[in-house]
Design a protein around this ligand. Structure first.
Ligand SMILES: [Zn+2]
Length: 240
């Protein structure tokens, strides 16, 4: 299995690693450790490069399976046993970390106001969306939610990462509302992201260490998808 450096240190942007597996049909290699996030939970996989001496190999896709984290490369693959260094596209990743943290903060604000759980979501660097079941949403709720979200972010709340045994996670009320009970049964340890005092969820993605790093957020729209289903879009204000 690959050591997932991003899981405990979201700020690690480079690593040294050894190639421990290779799949020439798909053009991908397995590393013993990595800073490349393989995607999941609405957060896209990282991009970046691997280096062997003077050679620079573009990582065009990252995926995971039971063997570990696969790095998809263009061109011929270096041999198993080769040592490489890797660098992620940090500007892109950091914008994803800020966007992802903003979406969690939005979950907390919507929960506190409407007690509505999130039902889905997705993001790109700098913008994302979450779906909620909010039957009593009114048009003038949008600026209120936007203001409350920015107030919460400006409180400089800590964002903490921890790991809980599955049994404890299944009985934690703040995690149950984010549907921890829907995680595959085989998962024995649950990674938890806690925006202290605002939102706690089971999550595999990468986030910033404090809400002050997110900056200001706009909510350009909240679409009505029928039957109380609201799709709320957020955007980092410093995009473009
Ligand atoms: Zn998340």
């Amino acid at each position: 299995m690959t050591e997932r450096i991003y899981s405990t240190d979201a700020y690690a942007r480079a690593m040294e690693a050894t190639i421990v597996g290779s799949d020439t049909d798909d053009g991908r290699i397995l590393l013993d450790r990595t800073v490349f996030y393989p995607g999941g939970g609405g957060q896209p996989h990282d991009l970046g490069v691997l280096r062997l001496g003077d050679d620079v190999l573009e990582v065009v896709r990252v995926t995971q399976d039971g063997d570990g984290v696969w790095h998809w490369l263009e061109g011929s693959l270096p041999a198993v046993g080769t040592e490489v260094t890797g660098d992620i596209d940090w500007d892109r990743r950091y914008r994803l970390m800020r966007t992802h943290t903003a979406l969690h903060a939005l979950c907390g604000v919507v929960w506190n106001r409407f007690q509505s759980p999130v039902t889905g979501g997705n993001m790109q660097p700098g913008e994302g969306r979450l779906d909620f079941d909010i039957p009593d949403w009114k048009a003038d709720d949008l600026p209120v939610v936007e203001r409350e979200l920015n107030e919460e972010l400006a409180r400089q709340r800590q964002v903490e990462v921890s790991f809980l045994p599955r049994d404890a996670a299944d009985e934690d009320p703040s995690l149950i509302r984010t549907k921890v009970n829907l995680l595959p049964k085989g998962i024995q340890e649950v990674r938890v992201i806690d925006i202290v005092g605002l939102d706690r969820q089971a999550d595999g993605g990468t986030h910033v260490g404090g809400t002050g790093e997110v900056g200001r957020i706009s909510i350009p729209k909240a679409e009505n998808k029928g039957r109380g289903f609201r799709r709320i879009r957020v955007r980092l204000d410093d995009e473009e």
